[in-house]
Design a protein. Structure first.
Length: 101
């Protein structure tokens, strides 16, 4: 991840503050389905929770009727989101020979 890479804000998480826009962008339609807003609009309002971002990236409907927030649930979502981000970073082309980063 480059220091100048555009980042999408994550709300109220002690560990994940933002994620690359490049992760979110292919899922713009899911963001609009789940939140009736564009990614830019959501970012302008402060971003998304780790839970909301995870469901958008997975192209899943937001389970607003059944979602329960808890510390354990937060940890599970955080871990799953980090796995998705790791997979994204592992498969994206590198911009050169920055093996030491």
């Amino acid at each position: 991840m480059s220091n100048q890479e555009p980042m999408f804000p994550i709300l109220n998480d002690p560990m994940i503050k933002s994620i690359p826009w490049a992760v979110m962008l292919p899922h713009e339609k899911q963001a609009q389905r789940n939140h009736s807003q564009t990614l830019r609009g959501l970012a302008g309002r402060g971003g998304l929770s780790i839970h909301e971002a995870y469901h958008i990236i997975r192209d899943e409907e937001w389970p607003y009727r059944t979602f329960k927030r808890s510390k354990l649930n937060d940890a599970k979502y955080r871990m799953q989101l980090m796995i998705v981000l790791h997979e994204f970073e592992a498969t994206r082309p590198t911009g050169g020979s920055n093996h030491g980063e």
